[in-house]
Design a protein around this ligand. Structure first.
Ligand code: AMP
Length: 187
């Protein structure tokens, strides 16, 4: 079973992805974590992306798609993928379809966690204190939200036609969102 968790930064994708990892014995694929890891390792990719990441801008599709390709072609992770933060643009969504097709996989569930800007700001301010993320200051948060809204609208249009697409109210409590996900998974 492959799942996409889709929604603005702070929508709770990471929390639900961690829940799902245990539930379906899957792998959380967080492009944000993968990119932060490149920065931490001070790799060539890390050096290229540090400014965009800190400014709350998207990293180029070429870099992100390459990271994702490695994950999808990993036989251990086949049909156990839980995407958190990918895809974020139409070209990434189409790339994901192609990569999955090429490895005889598909998306079984696409969950859209829909959250308004006020809730996001409150949640990310809290997370900033808990996780000390350098891209979590208010200006960056608002930039990330706006970037998200601009570039992900086409992804939403693209996925909302998919019969496996489900919208969930992301302002609900964590347990309530989990219950809704469980209901759709029917497990
Ligand atoms: P996240 O941890 O998912 O909130 O992502 C943190 C930051 O990583 C984003 O603000 C972007 O700069 C970058 N990022 C994560 N995923 C992607 C993606 N799929 N495409 C482009 N940039 C991304």
């Amino acid at each position: 079973m492959n799942i996409v968790l889709f929604g603005p930064p702070g929508a709770g994708k990471g929390t639900q992805a961690q829940y799902l990892e245990k539930k379906i014995n899957g792998f959380q694929i967080s492009t944000g974590d993968m990119l932060r890891n490149e920065i931490k390792r001070d790799s060539d990719i890390g050096k290229k992306i540090i400014n965009d990441m800190n400014d709350g801008k998207f990293v180029s599709d070429t870099i992100v798609n390459k990271l994702i390709q490695t994950v999808i072609s990993d036989p251990q992770k086949k049909d156990k993928l839980i995407f958190d933060g990918y895809p974020r643009s139409l070209s990434q969504a189409k790339n994901l379809d192609t990569l999955l097709n090429n490895s005889n996989q598909k998306l079984d569930f696409i969950f859209f966690l829909n959250v308004n800007k006020d809730t996001i700001v409150k949640r990310i301010e809290k997370r900033k204190i808990q996780e000390n993320r350098s891209d979590d200051d208010l200006k960056t948060i608002l930039k990330r939200y706006d970037t998200y809204m601009e570039t992900t609208k086409p992804v939403l249009d693209f996925y909302s036609k998919n019969p496996n697409f489900h919208e969930i109210d992301g302002t609900l409590e964590i347990d309530e969102i989990t219950a809704k996900i469980d209901h759709f998974l029917n497990v």
